[in-house]
Every structure is written in C-alpha cells, then in structure tokens.
Ligand binder design. Structure first.
Ligand code: E4P
Length: 215
C-alpha cells in the first residue's frame, strides 16, 4: 500500500520524505488555506520535493472552469500533478476530458460505492473515499472502501483507491487489510505508526543492561 501525505505544510512533507514514507501528496483547499501560502507557490515547492503523484484541487464548480484550472495545474508538472475534482456530474464531465488528454485525476469527496463506480467509468486515475468523515456521522467508512475494492476488482478498473480523511493508525491498518491502493495520511498520524510503548520500554531496558556491563 502506498503512503501519501495529506498536508500542504512543506516542513511536514520534507520531514516525512526524509523518513522515506512519502509516495505522494494530497492537498485540498482547506489545507492550502491552513498553510497561509499562495496555492501555485506551495504546489510548485511540493513538486520540487516529492517525485510522485501530487493532488491539487480545482475550485470551479462547472466543467469548463475545472478543465481550465486543471490544465493550468497540470502544466506545473505534467508527470506528477494529479488534478483533484469533486464528485459531481460536472466533475465527472471534467474527469472524462482530463482522461482523454492524459491528465491524471483524483475524484474527491466520495461517500458511496456508486459514486466511485461513476468516477472509474469516467476514467479517474484515483478515487478518494473519505472514511473519517463517514465515521464521524456514524457510518462505517471502511465498509465503503471494501465495497469499492470489490466493484473495481469485479470489473477490472485500474482506478486506484486512496483512503482519505484518515484520523488514526487503525484506519491505515484496516485500509491495508481491505487492499486499498493508497492511504493519504496526516503527518501526525504517520508518526504514530512507528510508535509502540513496548519499543520504548525495550530500548530503555537494553541500554540499562548495557550500562551494567561497564560497571
Ligand atoms: C484528502 O484528499 C482529503 O482532502 C482529506 O483527507 C480530507 O480529510 P479531512 O476529512 O480530515 O478534512
């Protein structure tokens, strides 16, 4: 399973990249706003750090607007930029156009398996089911991922599933168990993955025992 980092904070991207944990990056308008920086400037900087898929989201709600924004974003780095498009009828139209032009897409805000099926039929490179936001309202986000996996496998769609809106290590464990292609992970959660109290206790004990050999 590939790990994308879900942030527009360049310092976090650099740190996770140094750990060797970054296969790609996802951003969204909220994350860009949180960074307090210019959209194009941040995306250009991210492109210079990570050689992998980098999702940048369009703001327009109509297909012609999405296509114009998406083409400009893709021009920053045609190999790595993935145009993130909302899961709407207009978004599907834009996805089909991008697909015909060889521009990669990430259809976002997916909350049902049928939305994912439509996105795959439109030629999406990725779909992003938002597991955390579903869990937040009492639904089982991971069940959605499982259903999308089954549908894509049933029909041989090459569209990859990005598990998004990740809140905890358990989401990542379950995403791996249901064979999601990608998990996009906030930096804090990525760090949590490496942590275990017994590892810390074990290191302490080894060092204490080692000290005894010097006495
Ligand atoms: C990534 O593509 C999504 O935009 C992101 O994971 C959403 O996460 P949130 O639900 O925590 O805002």
């Amino acid at each position: 399973m590939k790990f994308f980092i879900d942030t527009a904070e360049v310092s976090e991207i650099r740190a996770a990249h140094e750990l060797g944990l970054v296969d790609g990056v996802t951003t969204n308008p909220s994350l860009i706003a949180k960074s307090g920086r210019d959209f194009k400037e941040v995306i250009t900087e991210i492109v210079s750090i990570v050689d992998g898929p980098i999702s940048a989201e369009v703001i327009a709600l109509d297909a012609p607007g999405m296509v114009a924004e998406g083409r400009a974003l893709a021009a920053i780095n045609p190999k790595n930029i993935v145009v993130k498009v909302p899961m709407t009828p207009e978004g599907l139209k834009a996805t089909r156009i991008f697909s015909a032009e060889g521009i990669k897409t990430n259809v976002t805000l997916v909350f049902s398996p049928l939305q994912a099926l439509l996105a795959a039929k439109a030629g999406a490179t990725y779909v992003s089911p938002f597991v955390g936001r579903l869990d937040d309202v009492g639904h089982d986000g991971m069940e959605l991922v499982e259903q999308i996996r089954t549908i894509f496998d049933n029909y041989g769609f090459s569209t990859e599933i990005i598990v998004a809106s990740v809140r905890s290590p358990l989401h990542i464990l379950n995403a791996a168990l249901v064979a999601a292609d990608v998990c996009t992970i906030p930096y804090g959660v990525m760090l949590q993955l490496a942590k275990h109290p017994l590892t810390d206790v074990g290191i302490e004990k080894f060092l204490a025992d080692w000290d005894k050999t010097k006495k």
